[in-house]
Design a protein around this ligand. Structure first.
Ligand code: SF4
Length: 369
C-alpha cells in the first residue's frame, strides 16, 4: 500500500467524507497495511481537532450489580457469577465527594454509572438533583449512564444541567441478540434518539471482541457517525471470570489499534476514548492509542482495575501529551507518586488470564458519612 493511500484516508476524514466500506475493511483486515502509517493518518486527524490534549475521565459506579438485564459481557448482569462487590445506590454525599476527588485528580468529566434496565421517574428526579448539585459545586462536565430512557426523562436530566448521556450500542444490530435477550438494539437506539431530542450530547460506543465480524465494527462506527455521537468509548472485552461471554475474540494489540483508527477516521471530531481493556489488550502498544484517541479513563473501569494513576500520568508526560485540567500534569504525577504504595502498583500491574476485579475500597474510596 503506497503513501497516497494513507494520505487519502486523512484527507477524506478531515473533509468529512465517509470512508467506503471497502476502505474500512482494509483498515481492519488488510495484512499489507503498515500500522505506523495508519496510526499517522489517524494522528493527523486527532491533532487537527484535539491538538495534543487528552481528556481524563473518571467513573463512579454509583450503584453496582444486581441488574435485571442479561448482557452477557457484563459482570453486573443477572447471568454473571463474577465475584464483584454489589451495593445499592450510594448516598448523595458519597457521590458528591467522589465528584470532588475526580475534579482534583484532573478529570475533565465525571461519569456516574447506575446498573439496571433504566431509571424510574422518581430515580430520574433524584439523578437530576445530583447533577444540579455537582454542577453547582465543581467546574466539571457530568455524564450519566443509567440505562434505557425516554425523552421526558432525558429532558429532566438536560434541564438539571447534564452534559451528556452515555448509552453504548455495544455491538451491531446483527450481533445484538447473541449478547443480550432482555432488551434490543432498537431499544438502545431509541434511548440515544430520545437523549438527542432532549438536547443532550451523546456518548455511545462499543465493546469489541464479542464475536462480531469486522463488518459489524464498521456498521457501529458509521451508525455513531450518523447519530453525531460527541463521545465514543471503545471498549475491548475484558475476560471476567463468571461472565457468560468471557473470551475475547481475536483482539491483538495491533487489531485494537486498527479498530481505534477506524473509529477516529470515521468520526474525526468525536472525542474517541480508549476505554476498558486498553491496558489488558494493547499491552506494550498502549501508548500508541494516544496518537489516535484523545480521551482515556483514569483509575480503571466499572468493576475492573486499570493502570495506577502514576503510570497513566507518566505515559502521558513521556509521550508529550497534555491534559485538559487546571492542575498541571507534573503536579498530578507527583501527588500520585506520594499516595500510591509500591504494593498497590505491583498488584495493579499483574496480568493474569482474567480481568482484575476492583476491591470494595476502590469501588467506594474513602467513604463518607
Ligand atoms: S450492561 Fe448495564 S443493563 Fe446490561 S447487565 Fe450490565 S448494568 Fe445491566
Amino acid at each position: 500500500m503506497d503513501f497516497a493511500f494513507y494520505q487519502k484516508l486523512t484527507q477524506d476524514s478531515l473533509a468529512g467524507v465517509e470512508l467506503s466500506d471497502e476502505i474500512c475493511l482494509r483498515i481492519l483486515t488488510d495484512p499489507k497495511l503498515y500500522l505506523l502509517s495508519l496510526v499517522h493518518s489517524a494522528f493527523i486527524v486527532r491533532k487537527t481537532h484535539w491538538g495534543m490534549g487528552v481528556q481524563i475521565h473518571i467513573l463512579n459506579n454509583a450503584q453496582n450489580g444486581n441488574c435485571s438485564e442479561d448482557c452477557s459481557y457484563c459482570s453486573q448482569s443477572k447471568t454473571s457469577n463474577a465475584d464483584i462487590h454489589e451495593y445499592p445506590l450510594k448516598p448523595d454525599n458519597e457521590i458528591i465527594a467522589e465528584a470532588q476527588r475526580a475534579y482534583e485528580a484532573g478529570a475533565h468529566r465525571y461519569c456516574m454509572v447506575f446498573a439496571g434496565r433504566g431509571p424510574s421517574w422518581q430515580r430520574t428526579e433524584h439523578l437530576a438533583r445530583l447533577v444540579r448539585e455537582i454542577k453547582s459545586r465543581y467546574p466539571i462536565e457530568v455524564c450519566v449512564s443509567a440505562g434505557l430512557l425516554d425523552e421526558s426523562k432525558a429532558r429532566l436530566l438536560a434541564e438539571a444541567g447534564l452534559d451528556r448521556l452515555n448509552h453504548n450500542l455495544n455491538t451491531s444490530r446483527e450481533n445484538y441478540a447473541k449478547i443480550c435477550s432482555t432488551h434490543t438494539y432498537d431499544d438502545r437506539l431509541r434511548t440515544l434518539n430520545s437523549a438527542k431530542a432532549a438536547g443532550l450530547q451523546l456518548c455511545s460506543g462499543l465493546i469489541a471482541g464479542m464475536g462480531e465480524k469486522p463488518e459489524s465494527l464498521i456498521e457501529i462506527a458509521k451508525t455513531l457517525r450518523s447519530l453525531d455521537a460527541k463521545s465514543i468509548p471503545v471498549n475491548f472485552l475484558l475476560p471476567f471470570e463468571g461472565n457468560v461471554v468471557r473470551y475475547p475474540d481475536g483482539l491483538s494489540p495491533q487489531y485494537c489499534l486498527r479498530i481505534l483508527a477506524l473509529f477516529r477516521l470515521l468520526n474525526p471530531k468525536a472525542e474517541v476514548r480508549a476505554t476498558a481493556g486498553r491496558e489488558f489488550h494493547m499491552r506494550s502498544l498502549e501508548v500508541m492509542c494516544l496518537y489516535v484517541v484523545n480521551s482515556i479513563f483514569l483509575d480503571g473501569y466499572l468493576n475492573s482495575r486499570g493502570s495506577m494513576r502514576r503510570k497513566t500520568y507518566q505515559m502521558l508526560l513521556d509521550a508529550g501529551f497534555e491534559i485538559e485540567s487546571e492542575y498541571p500534569l507534573e503536579d498530578l504525577l507527583e501527588k500520585a507518586e506520594e499516595s500510591e504504595t509500591p504494593q498497590e502498583s505491583a498488584s495493579a500491574e499483574g496480568n493474569g488470564c482474567s480481568a482484575r476485579i476492583k476491591t470494595a475500597a476502590e469501588l467506594r474510596p474513602a467513604r463518607v458519612g
